[in-house]
Write a protein of this length. Sequence first.
Lengths: 258, 358
Amino acid sequence: MSLFEAQGISVRFGGIRAVDDVSFKVEKGEVFSIIGPNGAGKTTIFNLISRIYNATEGKLIVDGQEFTKTPPDQVARMGIARTFQNIELFPNASLLQNLLIGRHCHAKVGLLSQLAFMGSTRRAEVKHREKAEDVIAFLGLQRYRDSLIANLPYGVRKVVELGRALCIEPKLLLLDEPSSGLNVEETEGMGFWIEDIKKDLGITVIMVEHDMALVNQVSDRVMALNYGKVLAMGTPREVQTHPEVVKAYLGGELEDAA
Amino acid sequence: MRYLFRTDYKQDTALARHGGDVFWYGLLTLAMLAIPLLMGEFYVGELGGVFIFAIAGVGLMLLVGYTGLISLGHAAFLGIGAYTNSVLLERGMPFVVTLPVAGLFTAFCGAAIGLPTLRMSGLYLAIATLAFGSIVGTVFQKWSSVTGGFDGFAVPTPTIFGIGLDGATGIYYVSLVVLIFVLWISANMLRSPMGRAMVAIRDSEVSAQSMGINLARYKAMAFAISAGMTGLAGALFAHYVRFLAPDAFDVLLSVQFVTIVFVGGLGSLHGAIFGAIFVRLLPQFIAIVRDDLPFGIGRLPGLEPSLFGLVLVLVILFQPGGINGIWQKAKHAFTAFPFKRQTSSRRQKSYAKSERLR
């Protein structure tokens, strides 16, 4: 059984069908990339999965559990973590605090215990801290541990956001343009993190990405979208040579001219 | 310069980071305990007033500075706490019961106002809480069978375990204990998941939500806790002024509370204390210099509120960190002594902007 499945999801904003009857399955342990020109509906699919938008039609299933109507703050508890295209970290908190906020969905200590900071809260805090330290060690963020996010360079923030998502200990990780704003070396580094996440942590990844080199490096399968519709699905090679995809990227006139 | 060598994760959650903290905060507490023995009734009374405003300031700081929600109606919460406490005292309940009940009831009122205003933020929330403040003010005026209406009523003298708290000293000590309690609760909140959730909501609602934080729940909780602390301050305020009248809890008082958090420094508990000292001392300062000011400025009506407004604007423009920001910079200058540079505390420009979904 697939880890994640979208069955005919659609969303309309006014008269525009931003996502139109899109279905796909993601198997456990694979890296699944979504590509497409600007405005194709890639990020909208992510916002549907993280339940920020309501799907007009269709079903979302993770691990055999439907979550089409789950409130957005419950999605993390179902094991789905995400990053954002334009970095949505908490800029006025330290890196460590950001990672600990990622542990929020695992916080189970009662209100009174927190207000009095009783033993149960203290022990839970140490456990969360250990997990956060694991992520810091995994991503090599030690030297920034106590820095305020607002003072960190953009490239590091991208990694911190990845780390915060890993703190959720997700089954499914949604990466929204992990390479946007990064230089060539940083993009390559991001590619290695994604491969490590897949191999060492066994986390399934869905990725929206424009950088074809990165897509080719890490993806097992690729889905191409245009105007909210699926154009092609398959291995990176198949999708990139698919005539519909070429047409969507290079424009329809090419054929006519030739 | 002190460098903390950490060997245990518990060190990061400890309230006192090192021996210096224990020493200085201990010394401060001892000094505060000794003040009534050393100083006159007037100064003890004034300092008690600072404590009461600091309690309310800490409450508002949790809401404004940490959760990022604004409230222009906190005078109403102070009033609810004051009236609840005094009315119950008059019906014969002991002070040790009425004080916590006033806090809890105000917290309940805070949750009640918090829930319907959850979808608002910024200006809209400011207007909604302003409206709430004036509605509560009207209730104080019209519900005369309980509140005494415009005539107000004299607050009974509280007793704790048989000791009457009639002078300024009694209220001073109770306020000090409540202030320390409120600071302890706040510090605990801020080092547990709840406080981090509040900071997350302040910095980015969208990503707070995808981290599994229930926005409605934590916003209502922040409102309730903030209101509850202000209610405790209100109960003490009633004994501080000794006579309750509805016009004491007007919008100007709410603006004073907002001044506490902004002038003190957003996002710091120290700031709430600094702000309370400032807000309580400014009127005293005006009273002292009033007669010596040229051109009859001292006799102008509305000098005090306009000065509060002016200071608020100047702080937001030129010193966004507030008094706490100045304090931190001064501390840094001392600890880093020969290496302090002009640029160490200059704010850096950030070009990375993020778009909000809502």
